[in-house]
Ligand binder design. Structure first.
Ligand code: NCD
Length: 303
């Protein structure tokens, strides 16, 4: 069901497949399953900055006994000499069993998948998709609550340019949350095509300018994606326009969890880290288990 597939968008996966992924990840996390990827090679092609995505894929592959090649930043590769994306991917395809790519251009991962024979995982392309981040976000919610259905899920921040937020919304469309609440400055609202997708999936959705935490089970915070604004003046207008503090969490349900794909800039006050609601570092730690599960499933080594 997973073997040999590309992972370009969370929409490529059914609810049943995502649940299978979570179950495998949970077993790996508990220590009751440890697939063996000895002899397999993962290639990482990161054309944009990354800490968690690249390093957690590397950790996942190493923990499974496989090895990793690749680059983070194009300096030192032939891309600096003008090699095109397709040729670079063709080479990684010869050297590895699986490729993870992150690129500023929408559609770059799809192009890579067309060129490569080995599976390609999209580690983020422009403002569009970041499927493995959404898998980690959904796994974290599933693990915390034992379900995703019936929960009230809020997203706060730059929902327009953030690919993590879009991918999570697409992922939520596979489940039955009770309601999705979108909190963002008016210029950073969720893009229409993503919003419409959720509505078509029959999920109750509300957009608000101001954060209200009272009814939420999950609050997913994202940073303003400064690097994706076409006009720096537009960024200056919204800079610092929201910030989650301990006092903004007053009135929250006891069970509320706060998630963030990270990196955090200034949108979650450091004091929130000390509250029982903070779950973003755990979420990042979960990334290794979810990526271990995904690599094992794609490479067909589930024994
Ligand atoms: C996200 C990304 O790169 O889209 N980071 C991540 O992978 N955890 C979120 C972001 O950069 O804001």
């Amino acid at each position: 069901m997973f073997e040999g597939r590309d992972v370009l968008s969370i929409l490529d996966f059914s609810r049943g497949e995502l649940e299978r992924l979570f179950e495998v990840a949970a077993k790996i996390e508990k220590g009751s399953l440890r697939p063996n990827l000895r002899g397999k090679i993962l290639a990482t092609a990161f054309f944009e900055p990354s800490t968690r995505t690249r390093l957690s894929f590397e950790t996942a592959m190493s923990r499974l006994g496989g090895s990793v090649i690749g680059f983070g930043g194009t300096e030192g590769t032939s891309i600096a000499k003008g090699e095109n994306l397709a040729d670079t991917i063709r080479m990684l395809d010869c050297y590895s069993d699986l490729i993870v790519i992150r690129h500023p251009m929408e559609g770059a991962a799809k192009l890579a998948a067309e060129v490569a024979r080995v599976p390609v995982i999209n580690g983020g392309d422009g403002s569009r998709h970041h499927p493995t981040q959404a898998m980690i976000d959904l796994y974290t919610i599933w693990k915390e609550f034992g379900r995703i259905d019936g929960l009230e899920i809020g997203l706060l921040g730059d929902l327009r340019y953030g690919r993590a937020a879009s991918s999570l919304v697409y992922g939520l469309s596979k489940f039955k949350p009770k309601r999705v609440l979108l909190f963002s400055p008016p210029s950073l609202k969720l893009r229409k095509e993503v919003r419409d997708f959720l509505v078509k999936a029959g999920i109750a959705l509300e957009e608000r300018d101001k954060l209200e935490v009272g009814s939420l089970d999950v609050l997913y915070v994202t940073r303003i994606q400064k690097e994706r604004f076409p006009d720096p003046a537009e960024y200056e207008k919204v800079k610092g326009s929201y910030r989650l503090t301990v006092s903004s969490l007053e009135g929250a349900r006891e069970r509320l969890i706060v998630l963030h794909p990270l990196p955090r800039v200034d949108e979650i006050d450091l004091e929130v880290d000390e509250t029982p609601h903070a779950r973003y570092f755990q979420q990042a730690a979960n990334g290794v288990f979810v990526r271990m599960a995904l690599l094992s499933l794609l490479l067909g080594r589930m024994r």
